[in-house]
Design a binder for this molecule. Structure first.
Ligand SMILES: Nc1nc2c(ncn2[C@@H]2O[C@H](COP(=O)(O)OP(=O)(O)OP(=O)(O)O)[C@@H](O)[C@H]2O)c(=O)[nH]1
Ligand SMILES: [Mg+2]
Length: 554
């Protein structure tokens, strides 16, 4: 059996284990520092050390067995005093599928995610309803329902939930002591592994709650959960990026989320081990010192990673900007799909363009803005951009990440606000989206609201009549119902934009009737004429041999 040694100073993400395993096969002396940008362990990693241990064990096992789940034992992985991680790859039998007790007896806890079977952790969710909340915000039960959906997307199995009404959250434990005791009982009764809070907790609150719940229970919050989902999505995305480095779709969000994760976890990580530091002179001295050493090394590496990520982000931004400028130099209107997560934006893009962008019944399926060309029956074209979905209580650390991704929409000719009208909280989701849009400086861009998923409505005709009164288009991106009306509405809006543009360009006395259809042949060496025509008229189409058909104001 082989034994490998790595110089290790950082916890790489689990998702890199496949890369690691393949590199190990090629070069057993490979150093972990050679790995691409590392990410710190998130909710599921717990302590940073576990991240290192987990990924190395996974890689080692994959190397030996060609895949499969690994043992919980850490006896095959050691971190020595110099930060060298020693791994003994062992053949580990697949973990037997665990059956769970209670009502769910016999139910499998394994689920297929990204082509891998993963064990679902048992989670318990907790919320606090504070007095003086805004009227249009989600109620506590609604918010917890959404948190459950987020947990499900992250691969957790919610086995119970509770909430408390408070004037103000408790600064030490967020909830009151009675509630803490109630949750502790629920943890034992339901065999809970993770407790998730619906609001962002401070490092101190996290630590106090973990201590209060005792045992191996992990405590995390909505922010950590969302970051974890993004981390999982970004890992899949990163693999695609590595396969096609020349891709235009370099993901700003990926870098931004990595940054947000570090910013979120750094203060929490430093506080996590202070109890060991305090015990340094006592019985657990060795253990405390070793963990602190590992922690400090991780923090040092992460500080340099933040710098590297920022540089990387700048270059990706630059790249995207050049791409957008190139796109804008060809004046085809850009229509952006915006809306709450899971509203059906990607499904609509797929329906209109015949693409196969990932669309699934999970939150945050889309991370990357994707742009595709749509050709209408009239021969006119526009570019359609899919964007990342919005959510209420967006973690502050992620607001910047979203903003960066949504930079694209500020250059759109039209924003299509896609709403899942079958959702019981559709109205509140609309308000949440409007709230984010108002922060994005896109007030001046025309908007078109679309009620999607009408196929799920009890009375689609009644819904359509109601929509018509509000100038809203009803569609089903899934069945194709209403798509023609939607395209007509887009065309009308774009035409209005064009006329507005003329209006603001001092053609005040001109109306659409003053446009005259002109067919012209333009020599190849006079291509600049075409861009002038684009500026003063609407080019209906260009054909072979330099033929252009345009409507001009004469
Ligand atoms: N019944 C029905 N389901 C739909 C319709 N449009 C989308 N869906 C489903 O809704 C789920 C979410 O669709 P997506 O297109 O991924 O939603 P999205 O807005 O892109 O979501 P994010 O990328 O997470 O922001 C998927 O399961 C779709 O199949 C529709 O018109 N009718
Ligand atoms: Mg999507």
């Amino acid at each position: 059996m082989n034994a490998f040694s790595f110089t290790c100073s950082v916890a790489p993400p689990n998702a890199l284990s496949a890369t690691l395993s393949s590199r190990l096969q090629r070069n057993p002396n490979f150093s972990l520092n050679e790995l691409p940008i590392p990410r710190i362990p998130s909710r599921r990693g717990g302590a940073a050390r576990n991240g290192v241990v987990g990924v190395l064990k996974e890689a080692a096992t994959e190397l030996e067995t060609g895949g499969g789940l690994v043992s919980e034992s850490e006896s095959d992985v050691r971190v020595n005093g110099d930060g060298v991680v020693e791994v003994e790859p062992v053949r580990v039998p697949k973990r037997a599928k665990r059956k769970v007790g209670g009502d769910n007896e016999g139910e499998e806890r394994f689920r297929l995610r990204n082509g891998r079977e993963v064990l679902e952790e048992r989670a318990y969710i907790v919320g606090v309803e504070c007095k003086n909340v805004k009227e249009d915000s989600f109620g506590i039960e609604e918010s917890l329902k959404e948190l459950e959906q987020l947990a499900d997307t992250a691969g957790l199995w919610v086995v119970g939930s509770t909430y408390q009404k408070l004037a103000t959250p408790n600064p030490r434990t967020y909830i009151g002591s009675g509630k803490v005791a109630e949750i502790r009982s629920a943890i034992h009764a339901l065999d809970v592994e993770t407790v998730i809070f619906d609001d962002e907790l401070s490092a101190g609150q996290l630590r106090n709650l973990e201590k209060a719940f005792g045992g191996d229970v992990r405590v995390c919050d909505r922010t950590a959960l969302i970051l974890d989902i993004f981390d999982q999505r970004a890992a899949t995305h990163e693999a695609a990026l590595q396969a096609n480095l020349s891709s235009e779709c370099c993901n700003i969000l990926f870098f931004k989320v990595a940054l947000a994760q570090m910013e979120y976890q750094l203060p929490r990580l430093t506080k996590m081990w202070t109890h060991l530091e305090r015990q340094a002179g006592g019985q657990v001295k060795g253990m405390g010192e070793k963990q602190i050493e590992v922690d400090k090394r991780i923090l040092r590496t992460q500080a340099s990673c933040i710098g590297a990520l920022k540089t990387e982000l700048d270059s990706v931004r630059q790249h995207r900007k050049q791409y957008r400028n190139r796109r804008l130099s060809v004046p085809v209107p850009v229509v952006s799909l915006v809306g709450y997560t899971n509203a059906g934006k990607s499904t609509l893009l797929n329906r209109l363009t015949g693409s196969a962008v990932l669309a699934e019944d999970q939150l945050f399926a889309t991370l990357d803005p994707t742009t595709r060309r749509v050709q209408m029956k009239s021969g006119k074209e526009f570019l359609l951009t899919d964007t990342v979905g919005f959510i209420q209580k967006l973690p502050t650390t992620l607001v910047a990440a979203f903003r960066a991704t949504l930079e694209e929409i500020s250059e759109s000719s039209l924003l299509v606000h896609v709403v899942d009208i079958s959702h019981p909280l559709a109205e509140k989701q609309i308000e949440a989206v409007k709230g984010v849009l108002s922060e994005l400086d896109v007030e001046a861009i025309p908007k078109l609201m679309v009620w999607n998923k009408v196929d799920k409505a009890n009375d689609p005709q009644k819904l359509k009549a109601e929509a018509a009164k509000k100038n809203v288009i009803c569609i089903s991106a899934l069945t194709g119902d209403g798509i023609k009306e939607f395209l007509d509405a887009v065309q009308t809006k774009l035409k209005a934009c064009f006329l507005n543009h003329l209006y603001y360009s001092d053609f005040t006395d001109k109306t659409e009737e003053s446009l005259v259809r002109v067919e012209a042949f333009i020599p190849y060496d006079k291509g600049d004429i075409l861009s002038t025509i684009h500026q003063i008229g609407v080019v209906e189409r260009t054909g072979a041999f330099g033929c252009a058909i345009a409507k001009l104001i004469l």
